[in-house]
Design a protein around this ligand. Structure first.
Ligand SMILES: CC(C)(COP(=O)(O)OP(=O)(O)OC[C@H]1O[C@@H](n2cnc3c(N)ncnc32)[C@H](O)[C@@H]1OP(=O)(O)O)[C@@H](O)C(=O)NCCC(=O)NCCS
Length: 198
């Protein structure tokens, strides 16, 4: 597998739908909110001052294979979804009427994640690999790139929350040196909280 990692900040805007498409393979809340939310989220993330990440591009085909994203303040990314009020209200109403439990989960999650961050720490917000390229250590490499960049930027710790059933994510994260510090419930999600020194 021949690929190059590029900073997510340098991605051409025309490639963001591909990032959003890959992200739809994640079982988390953002993808449950639907594609418009996912695309808007990544449009915000690549412009955010503090967030950073990487995408892997296959050298031969130029195809995007996966990506990773970290932030010292993950809730600041989600709160920017509300900046365009008209768009946000329209999308939220759609979720409320078509998937009310997802709407409820959104409220529970926003309350649960409050106070989870520490000073000089970053969160591994997402790392996702296209199913075609999984199992070849790409996920691990994309997450490791966040750790190396975080260290370079002076951060001291990295956190991640991973659903307890997600064996591949847990294996990759633990192989990168994270340890489980607690297990908690967040609405329908049962998650491990993991951390590593940088
Ligand atoms: C999590 C994810 C990014 C891992 O990507 P990947 O490129 O397959 O990961 P890697 O190959 O680097 O590492 C996966 C590790 O999990 C192991 N693994 C894979 N599937 C597994 C399974 N079902 N059970 C147990 N271990 C598993 C692999 O053996 C590997 O461990 P190793 O490096 O010690 O051999 C990918 O599965 C994915 O995109 N999942 C959907 C999105 C997601 O859940 N993201 C994480 C959110 S917290």
């Amino acid at each position: 597998m021949n690929y190059t990692l590029h900073p997510l900040k340098e991605i051409h805007p025309s490639l963001l739908p591909r990032i959003a498409e890959i992200h739809m393979g994640d079982a988390g809340l953002l993808s449950k909110l639907g594609y418009p939310f996912v695309l808007r989220y990544f449009e915000i993330a690549v412009k955010d001052k503090h967030a950073f990440g990487f995408y892997a591009q296959e050298n031969e085909t130029g195809k995007i294979m996966g990506f990773s994203l970290a932030s010292p303040e993950p809730s600041a990314l989600t709160s920017q979804l509300t900046t365009d009020r008209k768009w946000f209200i329209k999308q939220v109403l759609k979720v409320l009427f078509t998937r009310p439990l997802v709407f409820l989960q959104m409220i529970i999650s926003s309350i649960t994640i409050q106070g989870q961050m520490e000073d000089e720490a970053i969160e591994c917000v997402y790392f996702t690999v296209d199913p075609k390229f999984r199992g070849q250590r790409l996920g691990r490499t994309l997450q490791k790139a966040l750790m190396d960049e975080g260290r370079k930027q002076g951060y001291k710790k990295i956190f991640a929350s991973i659903e307890t059933w997600n064996k591949a994510s847990l294996a990759a994260t633990q192989a990168n040196g994270f340890t489980i510090v607690k297990t908690f419930r967040e609405g329908i999600y049962h998650r491990h909280r993991l951390e590593s020194r940088l």
